[in-house]
Ligand binder design. Structure first.
Ligand code: 4NP
Length: 150
């Protein structure tokens, strides 16, 4: 059976596109379907932020073809697991749920790794080093997810 995983951040141009690209690179597409979305609609239709594209390229992953879309209620039916990058994203998604089954699909990405951090920090207003840090955090979590989902 194929597991469907959705990565969610605020803008769907910095963190969740990286999470989508990294998890895809670690999993077999027959077993794991991966997509990403944002809780906000500021950048719908745009490609990822050039700083995310650059850090992914550095590690051999091409995310340049991704297009931003907004998270929607129909994603609860489409996906088995919905990973939020930070607590704001988590609460925004939880606020849209209608039942226990939907609530149980929503997790914080960093709950998959043993790190004192609970959130993948928003790198949008910072420098390049923020993107490197975010890449490494997401990479660790995606390694654990890939191990679990095969
Ligand atoms: P992301 O980062 O949630 O990781 O995609 C952001 C992208 C855009 C904005 C904020 C965060 N923005 O305010 O436009």
């Amino acid at each position: 059976m194929q597991t469907k995983v959705l990565m969610v951040c605020l803008g769907n141009i910095c963190r969740s596109p990286l999470a989508e690209g990294i998890l895809k690179s670690k999993t077999d597409s027959d077993k794991v379907f991966v997509d990403s979305a944002g809780t906000a609609g500021y950048h719908i239709g745009n490609n990822p932020d050039i700083r995310s594209i650059a850090v992914a390229n550095k590690y051999g992953i091409d995310i340049s073809g991704q297009r931003c879309r907004k998270f929607s209620y129909s994603d609860f039916a489409q996906f088995d697991i919905i990973y939020a990058m930070d607590l704001n994203n988590y609460h925004d998604i939880i606020a849209m749920t209608n039942d226990k089954n939907e609530i149980e699909k929503v997790k914080l990405l960093l709950a998959e790794v043993s790190t004192p951090l609970t959130e993948v920090p928003d790198p949008y207003y910072g420098g390049e080093d923020g993107f490197e840090k975010v890449y490494k955090l997401i990479d660790q979590a995606c390694s654990m997810i890939a191990k679990k989902l095969g």
